[in-house]
Each structure stands twice: as C-alpha cells, then as structure tokens.
Design a protein. Structure first.
Length: 87
C-alpha cells in the first residue's frame, strides 16, 4: 500500500511541476489561464504588475527550472517506487 501511495503522489507532484514549468517557460498566456482556473480566489496574483512579469525572461528561467525539477521527480518516482510496484 505504501509504495503505491508514494508512486501516485510522486506522479501527481512531478506532473504538476512539469506542466506549470513548461507553461510558464513556453506559453505564459496559457499559464495565466491555468492560474486563473487553479487559484480562483487568489486576487493577489491577478494584479496587472504580476501578469506582466510572467512574460519576462526571469519567469521563463523559473519555468524551465520548475519543468526540469518536475521531470526529475517523475524519473526518480518511476525508477525507485515504480520498480517495487511492477516487479
């Protein structure tokens, strides 16, 4: 039961970071749409200054780092926990 729980959590967290990072790095407009859907009540992130910063190079670098981190989480989860579940 425990390996399956860690496997599912690792897949969910890794996918979340990978998708958010990729959207932030390559498609900031879709990242903003996703943030509007995901954090509906977060009015602090909806100000115009924050939205303009999403299109900057610093946000692209952050998105790339988040995407790489998400891929590492997915690879580690599948290699460590996935091997104990599927063998």
């Amino acid at each position: 039961m425990k390996p399956i729980l860690f496997f599912c959590l690792g897949i969910m967290i890794g996918t979340f970071f990978l998708v958010n990072g990729a959207l932030l790095a390559f498609r900031p407009d879709l990242f903003l749409k996703f943030q509007d859907w995901y954090a509906r009540g977060d009015y602090g992130a909806k100000n115009p200054a924050w939205r303009q910063q999403v299109f900057g190079i610093q946000a692209k670098i952050t998105g790339f780092i988040l995407g790489v981190f998400g891929m590492l989480v997915l690879v580690k989860t599948v290699s460590k926990v996935g091997g104990t579940i599927f063998h």
